[in-house]
Design a protein around this ligand. Structure first.
Ligand code: NI
Length: 226
């Protein structure tokens, strides 16, 4: 399941973030890539633990944790702290699948990468190319969102970033280990939760809501891993 979460940051906020990023010292993106994906990766990244990456990362996580759609779709257990990257002219990242496990620097705990998220930080008109291309269960999806918007997609999917042919594409990305490992099970729970929310708004007194909400929690209890 692919989920678009619009306007996590305002235009002013992303403009301020971009300003700071333009002054930053960038490193080769290959440092956080696995052996296979390093060969396909041609971009720049803020080093892990960079103060600016930490600041952007905590702001992003804070917004998402108070976003009901993200919480319902991702059912987050733990995250690998957000990283920030930049593709300039010629930058691209060929088809790959992300490593299954990530260990944040200075931590002993590993994160299983059930879900990937990308927050777009550049206005789509300010660069050419740079689409995030994701092979989903329903075919190939091309994603190029407004600055401040986020896409959430399964970590199991093959994906790439098309070459940027003009301008610069800034983005933040991170991985989430979900309480529910399987994408198909998470998708069912998300759809059911959406239906329950709609019914709660439209027919709040309907007795079937009690049953449906109970069934949601009993399915979650069956599938959850903590
Ligand atoms: Ni990737």
């Amino acid at each position: 399941m692919l989920l678009h979460i619009p306007a996590l940051f305002t235009a002013d906020e992303v403009a301020r973030i971009r300003n700071a990023l333009e002054q930053a010292d960038w490193a080769d993106g290959k440092v956080t890539a696995g052996y296979q994906s390093a060969k396909a990766k041609h971009n720049l990244q803020l080093p892990e633990g960079h103060p600016l990456a930490k600041e952007i990362g905590s702001a992003l996580i804070e917004r998402l944790w108070s976003n009901p759609r993200f919480m319902s779709a991702a059912l987050p257990h733990k995250v690998f702290p957000p990283l920030v990257n930049c593709y300039r002219e010629g930058g691209n990242f060929g088809f790959h699948i992300d490593n299954a496990l990530r260990q944040p620097r200075g931590s002993h705990e590993r994160v299983r990468t059930d879900l990937s998220s990308t927050l777009f930080l550049s206005d789509p008109d300010s660069y050419d190319g740079g689409e995030l291309v994701i092979q989903d269960t329903y075919g190939v999806q091309q994603v190029k969102l407004s600055a401040g918007d986020l896409v959430l997609y399964p970590g199991t999917s093959l994906h790439k970033v098309n070459p940027v042919t003009r301008g610069a594409r800034y983005a933040a990305f991170f991985w989430t280990q979900s309480l529910v490992r399987e994408d198909s099970q998470r998708a069912l729970l998300f759809e059911m939760d959406n239906a329950i929310q709609q019914l709660t708004a439209d027919v709040p007194e309907h007795p079937a809501l009690l049953q449906l909400t109970g069934t949601y929690h009993n399915l979650l209890r069956r599938w959850v891993e903590v």
